[in-house]
Design a protein around this ligand. Sequence first.
Ligand code: UGA
Length: 439
Amino acid sequence: MKISIIGSGYVGLVTGACFAELGHQVLCMDDNPQKIAFLNTGKVPIYEPGLEPLIKANAEEGRLLFSTNIQEAINYSDLIFICVGTPPKENGETDLSAIEVVGKRIGETIKSYKLIVEKSTVPVETAKWLEKTIRTSLRGTLEFDLASNPEFLREGNAIHDFMHPDRIVLGVSSERAGSTLVKLYEPLNAPLLMTDIESAELIKHASNAFLAMKISFINAVAEVCEKTGADVMKVAKGVGLDARIGTAFLNAGIGYGGACFPKDLDAFIHLASELDIDFKLLKSVKEINDRQRTLSLTKLKKLLSSLSQKQIGIWGLSFKPHTDDLRGAVALSTIQALLREGASVRAYDPVAMENAKSQIPSIYYAKDPYDAATGCDAVILATEWPIFKQLNFLTVKKSMRRPILFDGRNFLNPLRMIDLGFEYHGVGRTPLARMNAAL
Ligand code: UGA
């Protein structure tokens, strides 16, 4: 099938490249000429494992094209995916202006039937609004369908998630739209859920909100663990082994970040309030996360009395491993707070340092994790990159001024760290970490 992708950011590029890999003919459009020029030379503007070779191979086979011309993209096929950004406004509301621009251009351009699919994360009832937007600029009485096909791609795992989805949600309002989308996804042989458009839109928001809720839940439990000597890792396992609950997304830590959970939660809370619903549960999820994000700072202040003149090492900058994405990264807000308190910072990340330099130029960017720890009063592990498990920790300890290790992702073996002489602090597993880890 022929597919047009409008908006070649994270979602658009992964979706376009994967559809091409499934054998479809894809045109990815973006209004950023530098991005398209970059893609046309076989390079990828974001770090996502496996994406560059996929794009390169499919572009070489002629199944994946790039363009800056929206009209060309609209004319290219009868199946248009809208993947433009939907950033948050100050009040948490979703900014739909990029979708509005695309809708107007579609209305002005189309000359025959089109199926227009929302892939960007949008509030429920966006499709209704988009339909009106398209109709207002439509010349004549052309037929078109709208559909919602939300994405559930995790950064760092996006290709796998696209190719092996738990489910594909298709929100449609006509048989024609439904059968086209079923055919499109046929090669994946994945469970399909066909719904009305509003339900599909809501499934996306509700899924992200539920996952964020699991994280905040276990983080709240972690606080109780710390005060009682329980180990949150064991509690999470014991709770998660109940098939009704599941072990995923129960890793306690310094909170969730990224471009999705914080923004989507705000949007969901805002949408609910517009509908006169006070979604208190989600407000608490957000509150717990906000507090969690400052946990390393609170703990370090207690241990070091003051952070002024102290040197702090940061391991990991991206909001999660296997991406260079710094949006909503806990490491960045922690560094900014440390600098405000008068500390100096030495940071290391395997892939996100170039991005970080443009946002926080005033810290020392280390050449490796050892260099980041050298002379430090404490090291905070903010992102669980695998490399941080494979270090020679004796060398790390010897190089530090005071061997405080704050493991913000409960990634390291506490018993081993304590045996090596570190003052080890995890989330929800101290101060009895030694005893608990030994069991
Ligand atoms: C999330 C969802 O997982 C995807 O299904 C969804 O498609 C995507 O948002 C989106 O809306 O586009 P993503 O933000 O890439 O994906 O990353 P996650 O793996 O969900 O992690 C989000 C944050 O939660 C990270 O900061 C991570 O460190 C944190 N997290 C995750 C925890 O603190 N504990 C956990 O147990 C799991």
